[in-house]
Write a protein that binds this ligand. Structure first.
Ligand code: SF4
Length: 347
């Protein structure tokens, strides 16, 4: 995709750090950045003594996609959304499947960036009859000013908004963006701090866990959780149980948990894809931990993608080429009346 080089706009969330440097307070890395340089994420840099959001209004990826691909399974099933991503990321995962943009530098590699203002994004969604916008592919934290402005306009237009994230963000920044976010998909990367550090360069996941709980409890976002199961890293029974238990105890029994198949890519190309039986074991252990909705992800046509009512055991959403809702009335199972934790147009 060709387009103008990024011009960005002045960033929020920073303070002067002395000797011409700036401290970015958007995420817990709290980078101290010198004049002319960028932070760890490569999306925020200091120019003329002030922090700039270098990718504001400059997506690298603009796609219409099914909401199930994010994956969000209990949020407007069967709809399509405008999906936006850009350069840079603050979690830098070793096995990232979008490394071509998430590890790109907004200063040196600009030819693939487009220009899309917030009002242009709404117009594009309307033109293509899309139901909302999803920020995905790189972590939306790093261009939070644009995410905020786009989502505010989508909500004004009566369309939904979703944020696909590792949630490594400061409370001040979360509280700025969350009021315009409807759905929040959290990447729970591992059961331990060592696992997080190995997979994502985040040494202490505590802020990410705390901000996910805050998104749900304080801001009322619909939350779903994904754990990408990497062989030899987080695929043992103890890790799967620990992750499921965290979801259950902190977000509730009806929070969807997706155990997704790792596929070799980027710095982890030497690790084989996750065996499907390991994902199925994750589903069993997730249910044993008390979760009602545990899904197999990244395996096309697997029956573990369907939603089964925890009350009566009937299948209520089938996910083939597209999601088809069955036996649901106003978010409840029409057979037994069980609440399915769904957000959709009937709410
Ligand atoms: S958002 Fe980027 S520049 Fe700011 S603290 Fe995080 S990694 Fe550093």
């Amino acid at each position: 995709m060709s387009g103008p080089p990024p011009v960005g706009r002045e960033a929020l969330f920073w303070q002067e750090a002395g000797r011409g440097r700036v401290r970015c307070t958007l995420c817990p890395h709290l980078c101290v950045i010198a004049e002319g340089a960028e932070g760890l994420c490569k999306a925020r840099g200091v120019r003329d003594g002030r922090l700039q959001a270098l990718t504001y209004a400059h997506p690298a990826t603009i796609i219409s996609d099914e909401i199930e691909k994010k994956p969000l399974y209990h949020f407007y099933p069967g709809t399509r959304a405008l999906s936006l991503g850009s350069f840079g990321c603050n979690v830098l995962c070793s096995g990232c499947q979008n490394w071509q943009i998430s590890h790109a530098n907004a200063r040196t590699d600009t030819t693939r960036l487009a220009l899309l203002t917030p009002s242009d994004a709404v117009a594009m969604a309307r033109k293509h009859k899309l139901s909302g916008v999803v920020f995905t592919y790189n972590d939306p934290v790093v261009w939070i000013e644009y995410v905020h402005d786009v989502c505010a306009q989508f909500k004004e237009a009566g369309l939904y908004t979703a944020f696909i994230t590792a949630s490594y963000v400061t409370q001040e920044a979360l509280d700025y963006v969350a009021p315009v976010i409807d759905a929040f998909k959290f990447d729970l990367k591992a059961a331990s701090a060592d696992g997080w550090a190995w997979l994502s360069k985040v040494k202490d996941p505590a802020p990410a866990l705390a901000m996910t709980i805050r998104a749900k409890e304080v801001h009322g976002c619909h939350v779903e959780v994904v754990s990408n199961i990497v062989p030899g890293m987080n695929d043992d029974d103890a890790s799967l149980t620990a992750m499921a238990t965290w979801v259950h105890d902190n977000l509730g029994a009806k929070t969807p948990w997706h155990v997704t198949r790792f596929l070799p890519d980027f710095e982890l190309s030497y690790i084989p894809a996750t065996p499907i039986r390991v994902l199925e074991r994750g589903v069993t252990l997730g249910h044993a931990a008390g979760l009602s909705f545990v899904y197999v992800g990244n395996v096309p046509d697997h029956p573990g993608r369907n939603t089964v009512c925890p009350g009566c055991g009937r299948t209520v959403i089938v996910r083939g080429e597209r999601a088809e809702t069955l036996r649901i009335r106003e978010g409840l199972c029409s057979t037994c009346g069980e609440s399915l934790g769904l957000v959709a147009a009937w709410d």
